[in-house]
Design a protein around this ligand. Sequence first.
Ligand code: ACO
Length: 322
Amino acid sequence: IRRARFVGTGSYLPANIVTNADLASRVETSDEWIVERTGIRQRHLAAEGEFTSDLAVAAGQRALDAAGLSARDIDLLVVATATPDQTFPATATVVQNKLGMGDGAAFDVAAVCSGFLYGLSIVEAMLRAGQHKRALLIGAETFSRILDWEDRGTCVLFGDGAGAAVLIAEETDEATGQGVLATRLHAEGAHNQLLYVDGGPSSTGTVGKLRMAGREVFRHAVVNLAGVVREVLDAADLQESQIDWIVPHQANLRILDATARKLGLGMDRVIVTVDQHANTSAASVPLALDQGVQDGRVKAGDLLILEAMGGGFTWGASAVRW
Ligand code: ACO
């Protein structure tokens, strides 16, 4: 059967590291409060003049290098982002041009923190349908540009970064073959007001700032994420005990811990980067994936569960045989 298989990953973080102590000099907070409530110790922030597309290009090039491919080999480019360079054109077309990709399809996906999962579902379906052969999927964000730096309840939680993956269409053996085995997506627009940006081109004509009811988001996250992971395991005819690695969206260590616990898994099965990167929205899943690949934890044949939830709400999970 035809499947989409990951053949390379890459990531990029801006050079500027901001610690919790650095933030404590800007707003009334402390390293102790942030670490205890979130597990976050530091985040990377983009420099002035460094855009989402720049982060995406750096991560994308590294994923291409890891796959041994050039931008010219790619015929589908998808960028998941909630912080595009401009309202339009799509950041993907900016990245396409900067990478020197040629004239393959290029577009953005907007599903906030679930963007990489939504993008993966689209890319996987297009590859499996035979419409495209080799795809570059990037999650890239500069959330520092939409944070209210006077709101200590949100500004300490996010960071900037980008992660990328190259996927190819491949004929494989149904039972043992590598690739994306199943993906499930959800959205619940009734919860729009729990996590949103208070501006936009059609409503206020401004960019706006991120607003969040943190406690409510937390409550929904654990239930939704555990639910969609079970759903995707069922779809792939697999059990919790067969999971080698959970590669989650990195919002908060307590969410990762509670979700793993609900699935009956220890934190030794979870790839954690939230302490180093904070929440990088659509970039966090591919950043964590690249980390696991680079440090040798993720090996050929492993069963990975990618999962994320974010504004909308949107959420999703994917089962991948590496
Ligand atoms: N430093 C110090 N004190 C703070 C800070 C801060 N940075 N932020 C808030 N506080 C204070 C509040 O003002 C409040 O004080 P009060 O009791 O005097 O009013 C107190 O700390 C408790 O605030 P809560 O918001 O109730 O604290 P909570 O334990 O819920 O933790 C947090 C807040 C960390 C935001 C938590 O709710 C959370 O992580 N929620 C999930 C949100 C999330 O991760 N969203 C990401 C996007 S969605 C996703 O990716 C899943």
